[in-house]
Write a protein of this length. Structure first.
Length: 118
């Protein structure tokens, strides 16, 4: 029997990205790491997700992990701009996210990869 799917949620995506938010607890090493990466470069953004997002993502239940993946996939599929995530977030990124949809596609690819290798 298939589990009940949760409705896609922009707020849970925002929650997953809280690691990168200035409002997150001070951690100078994490802040330096985030600021050192070119988040508009797929390789560097993937490295950042592997370092900071992967451990948190893997701490969630399978159902929660599916919810993150399904939510990002849903909003990409309806061509959402993800403004509601990025406009409410002040980050340690050294530059703005130039292509929010590409950022989310890379995040989705990494999350999917984490699930398949665990």
């Amino acid at each position: 029997m298939k589990s009940m799917k949760k409705e896609p949620s922009m707020s849970i995506i925002r929650g997953l990205l809280f690691t990168y938010d200035i409002e997150n607890t001070d951690d100078l090493e994490r802040e330096k790491l985030i600021a050192s990466k070119d988040i508009n470069n797929e390789k560097e953004l993937s490295e950042l997700f592997d370092e900071l997002t992967k451990p948190e993502f893997l701490s969630y239940t399978n159902i929660e992990q599916e919810w993150f993946i399904d939510s990002i996939d849903h909003y990409l599929s309806i061509n959402d701009s993800f403004d509601s995530v990025f406009k409410t977030m002040a980050t340690y990124f050294s530059t703005p996210v130039y292509d929010q949809r590409a950022f989310m596609q890379i995040l989705l690819n990494r999350l999917t990869d984490y699930r398949s290798t665990h």
